[in-house]
Design a protein around this ligand. Structure first.
Ligand code: ZN
Length: 285
């Protein structure tokens, strides 16, 4: 048997190869990944000798899931349980959480006997303070949304909430998770902003949109930033969600952008998901 990976991405690729081969032979839908089945197969397929059970329990809303070693007192005899919060109404979030906990099992089970994961752990992909959480998310995102398949889905499509929503449906994940994955590889300058009651909760940029998200995440006098009063999100109502995006002057959001620079703003459902996207800055080429 070939050596087993130790890092999240090689593990996700290994599992994707297993799933590709399985569906090639047996047919059935390759996506979304059936996490319950996959988790139960992993100990046997990779001969870990450490079984995993899965159980859903209704818990507080901020709790997403956990991985425990039930045999913590007996070194070398891992017997693991994944608990997920079945009170969460989104099947996509639960699927992502199960993949996240499997990531802890494969990459981190030799380091700890217990992992408790809340919503911040499964959403904040770039917090340096939470390296293990980031790795579990990286694993989950690549397992559920393999980049080659994702790129093939969007091809040269103009990205809007329908395109990203279609990918979220294909992979059985939340719109936020699908958008974060797209931001990882898009060459476009784009940023996802999560807001609540007109305040920026957090923002995440693509590679070329990183500075935009840094500006939005920076607190002003210790306070989260307010959304600009003239942005599409603030001007639209919940019943008037523009899924293709509204073109507005970039300076509405970012004061140091050129005067004639436009951006496309897509206010998401309930104003919790907002994407701003610009064409490349021609004067920089
Ligand atoms: Zn975690």
């Amino acid at each position: 048997m070939t050596a087993q990976p130790t890092r999240p991405l090689p593990w996700a690729r290994r599992l994707n190869d297993v799933l590709d081969k399985f569906h090639e032979i047996h047919g059935g839908d390759r996506f979304p990944v059936n996490m319950e089945n996959l988790i139960q197969e992993v100990p046997q397929t990779f001969r870990t000798g450490e079984p995993i059970a899965i159980q859903g329990e209704a818990m507080d809303p901020e709790f997403e899931g956990a991985l425990f070693n039930l045999n913590a007192e007996q070194p070398g005899k891992g017997n693991w349980a994944i608990i997920y919060n079945k009170a969460i109404p989104s099947a996509g979030r639960i699927r992502f959480t199960l993949a996240h906990e499997l990531g802890h099992y494969l990459v981190h089970r030799h380091l700890h006997d217990e992992f408790n994961c809340n919503e911040a752990d499964t959403l904040h992909w770039d917090s340096p303070a939470r390296q293990m959480e980031n790795q579990a998310n990286e694993f989950a995102a690549h397992l559920l949304m393999p980049r080659p398949d994702y790129e093939a889905q969007i091809k040269s499509a103009t990205i809007d909430l329908d395109v990203l929503g279609g990918c979220a449906d294909r992979y059985g994940v939340s719109l936020t998770a699908a958008t974060l994955k797209w931001l990882e590889f898009t060459p476009q300058r784009a940023v996802l902003v999560i807001s609540n009651k007109g305040l920026v909760q957090w923002a995440r940029g693509s590679q070329s949109g990183k500075w935009l998200s840094i500006a939005l995440n920076k607190k002003l006098n210790g306070q989260q930033r307010r959304l600009p009063s003239q942005c599409a999100t603030m001007l639209q109502t919940d019943s008037n969600v523009d899924r293709q995006g509204t073109k507005i002057g970039a300076r509405n959001w970012f004061s140091d952008e050129p005067k004639d620079m436009a951006l496309r703003e897509m206010p998401g459902p309930l104003h919790s998901d907002v994407i701003h996207q610009k064409p490349p800055r021609l004067h920089e080429i």
